[in-house]
Design a protein around this ligand. Structure first.
Ligand code: NAG
Ligand code: NAG
Ligand code: NAG
Ligand code: NAG
Ligand code: NAG
Length: 418
């Protein structure tokens, strides 16, 4: 039974990974990606299945660009100081235009480019008012659009409804217009991190019935984004100014697997707020929380560092111990709170899979820090220096996955000596 559960977790993880395989927005890190690791390259799937000599295309490649003979449907125009987008021939499926000085997007460049599946325009100077109307609308095969690191003030309008993934991070987008994103029923991923959005309530967002991942980190939201569709699995809202979550906010979002809300102003969480059937990761670090809440059965990683907790009431987190269906929590981070003692040992009964409760240093009224003696672990703990830094959560996770996968017969509660 135990092994069966573990196997199914592994499968679940694989499925999850599979679903989000191509976004490098890495849900194993605590915080949004730094500029270098920003949502990344979609796996370029070149069509290598044809046999015989590659087809030859007259006007095969724009003069300014390079189309490799082995991948004649791909056109590389990146890093060329281009000011305009060249005309894109009709057979081209991927066009790479990143790192240029392009300011506008004109209809004439795309007039024949109906085979395009992917456009990379990241790291340019594109302004919203220099995108011509309907420029993308006829690209009925377009699946991915990279326009991060530009000077956009709005979400590009008139996107074709074939689009699956849109990357718009590091722009100057400040609000969502009512009909933005209309009809994009295939959209699975929308990245809007690092913009100036203070209000996310498009009328049509709710109709994006396949949207799985929404990233609005590092923006200026004061309230939770409105009208999200129930398909959402990954929600990233770190580093905004959200102080409250409406009581019934998540009741329609039962597919959520990961919620990231660190660096906000949350003070109170209604006790059943996060009681979601699929939630595995919850990050509420760097808020102002004082009271715990019910921990959902499926949750594996919980981040509560840098809040205002003085005690953690285990009875609230885990009102009943259910041996047949125990809580799956393995990692709990609690440093930089105001705790005076470790949580009650009852926690390990409630959370039999727990591998680590990290207390680190705790804030004191006079501004000093104190240290709480952690229960001893039999596997080597991560060194304190490493834990100080938020970015090291990645390592914590890495450790976790190794343990989880390697330990078929281990009884986790035996790992602690009381
Ligand atoms: C698009 O360009 C960015 C550079 O900003 C690069 O990181 C990314 O890998 C490119 N995407 C693809 C699919 O090549
Ligand atoms: C589009 O295709 C037509 C027909 O092949 C060709 O005559 C025309 O020059 C092309 N236009 C551009 C902008 O490439
Ligand atoms: C939060 O976002 C702002 C920009 O909105 C950025 O300057 C700051 O570095 C971010 N803070 C963190 C902790 O990511
Ligand atoms: C913990 O929470 C339970 C249930 O809400 C409550 O009955 C109990 O008094 C609390 N214990 C402490 C020490 O606050
Ligand atoms: C784990 O340890 C507990 C308490 O020591 C024991 O009751 C339980 O049977 C053990 N489970 C396994 C799978 O060994």
């Amino acid at each position: 039974m135990e092994i069966l559960i573990k196997a199914s977790v592994v499968v679940l993880l694989c499925v999850m990974r599979g679903l989000c395989q191509n976004d490098d927005y890495d849900y194993d890190t605590d915080y949004g990606p730094g500029p270098e690791e920003y949502p990344g390259p979609y796996q370029i799937t070149h069509n290598t299945e044809y046999s015989g000599p590659p087809p030859s295309y007259p006007n095969g490649c724009a003069r300014e660009c390079f189309c490799p003979p082995t991948f004649p449907q791909t056109m590389y125009c990146d890093n060329r100081k281009l000011k305009e987008i060249p005309n894109i021939p009709s057979h081209i499926q991927q066009v790479y235009l990143q790192f240029n000085d392009i300011e506008g997007v004109k209809v004439k460049s795309f007039i024949n480019a109906t085979a395009l599946k992917e456009i990379n325009l990241s790291h340019n100077r594109i302004k919203s008012n220099k995108i011509e109307a309907l420029v993308f609308s006829k690209l009925h095969n377009l699946e991915q659009l990279f326009m991060d690191h530009n000077e956009l003030e709005e979400i590009p309008p008139d996107l074709p409804n074939s689009i699956e993934r849109i990357f718009l991070g590091f722009n100057r987008i400040f609000k969502l217009k009512e009909h933005d994103l209309r009809g994009l029923v295939k959209l699975t991923m929308l990245d809007l991190c690092n913009n100036q959005i203070d209000n996310f309530k498009g009328k049509t967002v709710n109709k994006l019935e396949n949207l799985m991942q929404l990233n609005i980190c590092n923006n200026k939201l004061h309230a939770m984004p409105g009208n999200l569709p129930p398909s959402i699995m990954y929600l990233s809202l770190e580093n905004n100014s959200i102080s409250k979550i409406p009581e019934d906010y998540f009741t329609k979002l039962q597919n959520l697997v990961a919620i990231r809300m660190s660096h906000n102003n949350l003070e109170e969480i209604p006790i059943k707020m996060f009681n979601l059937p699929n939630l595995m990761e919850l990050n509420l670090g760097h808020n102002k929380l004082k009271q715990v809440f019910l921990i959902p059965k499926t949750l594996e990683h919980l981040y509560l560092q840098d809040n205002e907790f003085e005690v953690l009431n285990i009875t609230k987190m885990c009102p009943v111990i259910d041996h047949l269906n125990p809580n799956r929590l393995t990692y709990l981070r609690l440093d930089q709170n105001k705790l005076k003692a470790p949580i009650s040992m009852y926690a390990y009964l409630c959370f039999p899979h727990m591998q680590r409760i990290y207390y680190g240093e705790q804030k004191r009224v006079n501004g000093e820090y104190t240290r709480i003696q952690e229960p001893m672990l039999t596997h080597p703990p991560v060194s304190e220096e490493e834990d100080e830094d938020d970015e090291d959560d990645r390592r914590e996770y890495a450790g976790y996955y190794q343990h989880e996968h390697g330990a078929d017969t281990e009884n986790y509660s035996d790992n602690y000596s009381y």
